[in-house]
Write a protein that binds this ligand. Sequence first.
Ligand SMILES: Nc1ncnc2c1ncn2[C@@H]1O[C@H](COP(=O)(O)OP(=O)(O)OP(=O)(O)O)[C@@H](O)[C@H]1O
Length: 232
Amino acid sequence: MTAGIRVQDLAKAYDARPVFRGLSLDVAPGEFVALLGPSGAGKTTLLRCMTRSLDADRGQIWLAGHAMHELRNGALASARRDIGFVFQQFNLVQRRSALENALAGRLASVPLWRILSGRYERGDLRAAEHALARVGLRDRSQTRADCLSGGQQQRVAIARALVQGSKVLLADEPVASLDPRSARDVLGIMRSIAHDDGLAVLCSLHQHDLAAEYADRVVAIGDLLRPVGRPS
Ligand SMILES: Nc1ncnc2c1ncn2[C@@H]1O[C@H](COP(=O)(O)OP(=O)(O)OP(=O)(O)O)[C@@H](O)[C@H]1O
């Protein structure tokens, strides 16, 4: 199955009120796709269904070769390690350094005692330093997250996904709370990790101009739905 992102015929309703029905979407490895839609159209709901933090009512989801719709418990947790997430709120540990936050991408593969004692393997440290350099933060590795700007924190979140070795990156409004310059920096980095590292990147945005400038393809959530009347 696809190494990127494939969603087929997805449906989700809250309390019998449908958010979407018959939604299908493909993102190839190496492709950066922007997902647009007015407020309330269901972008966050779609991304949450894709990671299974919310269960869809129907449909199939493949991420990085994993049939997410079939997985439970440990198998789901293991599949999620191949998927990076970036949110509007940066979700960093504020009292920890940029380097330690990037290293969190290795949490699943590092023994607990090493994390608690702060003694990481040289290879893990090198991977985190390399990822921070990729996002332009080589000289900020020892800076605490709460002393970084919003744009820098979002770049650390992307570095964490790189350290994790993610094959798919899902981003929910990652630049919504950033100034225009930082927003462009972050989108440029996301485009580069799609093109240069081969990740399939799906990013919800509400700024049409930025989407058109940075994404390989812009999709409106309404255009992903099966036309009304077509049999399911
Ligand atoms: N937990 C919930 N229970 C009931 N309805 C919900 C829930 N979460 C979202 N909704 C509704 O589902 C619809 C889609 O919401 P969602 O947050 O996915 O949209 P969105 O496109 O991400 O919006 P925004 O751009 O404002 O973040 C909205 O009408 C919202 O009110």
